[in-house]
Design a protein around this ligand. Sequence first.
Ligand code: 5GP
Length: 214
Amino acid sequence: MHSGLARRGVLFVLSSPSGAGKSTIARLLLENDSDISMSVSVTTRPMRPGEVDGRDYHFVDVPRFKAMVEAGELMEWAHVFDHRYGTPKAPVNDMLAAGRDVLFDIDWQGAQQLYQQSGADVVRVFILPPSVEELGRRLAMRGTDDQAVIEARMARAASEISHWDGYDYVVVNDDVQGCFAQVLTVLNAERLRRSRQTGLIGFARKLVTPPAES
Ligand code: 5GP
C-alpha cells in the first residue's frame, strides 16, 4: 500500500457522539494497520469497569491535570461531560518522530485545537450514527453508565453532531466493516498526499537525472 518514501506522519482524529461506534472503528484501525498508534489521553473522569489505566486513559485527579496544563504538557484539552480530557504532547511527538501516524479519539474541541496547531498534518474524521433511534439503542445497550448519564449523553450527542462541518470527512456508521473500510481508505489516501511525501523530491530527482557517464 505504501511507497516506502519518507513522509510526514498523519495526526488522524476520530470524533463522534458517544454511541456512534467510534471506539470499535479505532480498535479495528489499530489491529489492522501497523503504521498507526493510539494517543492515550489523560482524564479526570473515574475509571469504568474493564478499563485499564495507561491503556484506555491515564486517569489523574484534577490537581494533577491542572499541573499538566500549567506545565504545557498537553497538546489540547477540554471539558467533556463535566470532566477534563487532554492529549499528552510528548508521546505524540515521539510517535511522529519515529515515523508513525497517530490516532486521536477526541471531541470536536480537541479536533479544533489540534487543527489550529498542526493544521496540514491533521486529518479530521467525524463518524455519525445512522439514526437517532440506533444511537439511543447503542447507548442503552452499553450498560456501563446509569440512565441519567445515558440521557445526558443523548442530549449531548445532538450538540456534538452539530459540529460535523468542522471535519474533513464525515462517515455514517450503519455497518461497522463498511465504515471501517471507508475510514481506512481516507487514512491511506491522506498518507499519499504529495505535501506529506517528504522523500518525493529526492526520489523524483534521481528519476530524471541521467546516469553518470563512465
Ligand atoms: P469517554 O468518557 O466516553 O471515554 O469519552 C468522552 C468523550 O471525550 C469522547 O467523545 C472522547 O472522544 C472525548 N475525549 C477523550 N479524550 C479526549 C482528549 O484528550 N481531548 C478531548 N478534547 N476529548 C477527548
